[in-house]
Design a protein around this ligand. Structure first.
Ligand code: NAI
Length: 249
């Protein structure tokens, strides 16, 4: 199979692009020809990730996406250093699990501010430029937990369900400007976030997944590449579950 470079000449921001699913997305979009802006809290790790990507013109930025000023600064640094942003992938996210009765204020606000507020900050940061150029694609990485809910993850589920509403609202607001906004909702994917799951729990999960296995970052990255690129030019406001069939109706 020959590799296509459908994203050649474009700049793509990937938040949390330094590890796990985000690193998989950075690799996939780089292989499609995009110049990647790897945005993460840990600048050194982001540098290391940017250095290992295929092709040229990638760069790393240390930024806490929960901080709206830092997001504005990062977007303008990307635009002046690498060029106009054509693609934004809001992938960065955290969990701070607890049952509702024991959930502390900062567990609630930390997860909402990062997962939902961070995506909003970055979307607002890139929207003006995309509107002027009448071109752009935004992909939000959400979760099947945002569709189903999960005991012990009220904050995380609310943040991801909020992202679904944000995705559809942005899609409606910007569609006439040729800017698309979609979401990918992964099921259980093997990364640092799921590394602590006990083997018994993994076996139990596999029983609920028709495909009979957990996913890999590459399973998610391929769908993000599709949604980011021209093949998905008439798709906006959609939430695509990448979950081995777990949430099919
Ligand atoms: P991970 O924990 O391996 O990586 C998260 C990335 O986000 C890291 O690069 C981290 O630096 C970055 N990040 C976190 N907070 C940040 C902040 N405030 N500012 C900037 N960067 C920040 O996580 P993983 O598993 O790769 O998850 C990526 C996304 O996929 C998350 O949004 C997660 O909710 C979602 N997801 C993951 C699933 C899984 O099974 N691993 C399942 C469903 C969704």
């Amino acid at each position: 199979m020959t590799e296509t470079s459908e994203l050649a000449g474009t700049v793509a921001i990937v938040t949390g692009g330094s590890r796990g699913i985000g690193l998989g997305i950075s690799h996939e979009l780089a292989r499609a020809g995009a110049r990647i802006a790897v945005v993460a809290r840990d600048g050194e790790r982001a540098e290391a990730a940017a250095a290992e990507l295929a092709g040229e013109g990638h760069a790393a930025y240390s930024c806490d996406i929960a901080d709206s000023r830092a997001c504005r600064k990062t977007v303008s640094a990307v635009e002046s250093g690498q060029g106009p942003v054509a693609i934004l992938v809001n992938n960065a996210g955290i969990t701070r699990d607890n049952i509702v009765l024991r959930m502390r204020d900062d567990d609630w606000s930390g997860v909402i501010d990062t997962n939902l507020g961070g995506a909003f900050n970055m979307i607002r940061g890139v929207a003006r430029g995309m509107m002027k150029r009448r071109a752009g694609s935004i992909v939000n990485v959400t979760s099947v937990i945002g569709l189903m809910g999960n005991a012990g993850q009220a904050n995380y589920a609310a943040s991801k369900a909020g992202l679904h509403g944000l995705t559809k609202s942005v899609a409606r607001e910007l569609a006439t400007r040729n800017i698309r906004c979609n979401a990918v909702a992964p099921g259980f994917i093997r990364t640092d976030m799921t590394a602590d799951l006990a083997e018994a729990r993994v076996a139990e999960l596999k029983d609920r997944i028709p495909a009979g296995r957990l996913g890999n970052p590459e399973d998610v990255a391929g769908v993000v590449r599709f949604l980011a690129g021209p093949a998905a030019g008439y798709i906006t406001g959609q939430i695509i579950a990448v979950d081995g069939g777990m949430t099919m109706q």
